[in-house]
Design a protein around this ligand. Sequence first.
Ligand code: UDP
Ligand code: MG
Length: 151
Amino acid sequence: MSTTERTYIMIKPDGVQRGLVGKIIQRFEERGFKLIALKLVQSTEEHLEKHYADLKGKPFFPGLIKYMASGPVVAMVWQGLDAVKTGRVMLGATNPLASPIGSIRGDYALAVGRNIIHGSDSVESAEKEIALWFPEGTVQYASALESWIFE
Ligand code: UDP
Ligand code: MG
């Protein structure tokens, strides 16, 4: 576990349309994570098929790709202690109905196919997803808060 662990977080087209971008960013900021990359992207089906390559063949795959290409997404990289696992806890479960109140999906979503946000599920997939969405790299800068957030 390192204070520089990175995770790829993406607000899906429904999250953008529903005006939840600010609230979601606020949760990661307030938890103490550091924003090191951010952009609004209209993705292509081809790019999304790479992002979700592990799910190719699942019955929901074609619908998932269409949903994800149906509008812009907010692509972000957040850095901090245990960022991948903690990010997943902040998201909730894949099915919003199984997500605790207080989690992002548990507070803002109902349907598995409209669950508003993506988060990497392992450090290895985070690094792959960051390379896929941010080939230009992330932004390095000093945060004045670091010594107040980490021992
Ligand atoms: N998904 C779906 N139906 C399912 C399972 C997944 O529509 O039965 C969608 C859902 O949007 C989910 C995405 O496919 O977020 C990726 O699935 P994964 O199992 O990786 O869930 P996640 O990591 O996003 O929780
Ligand atoms: Mg996943």
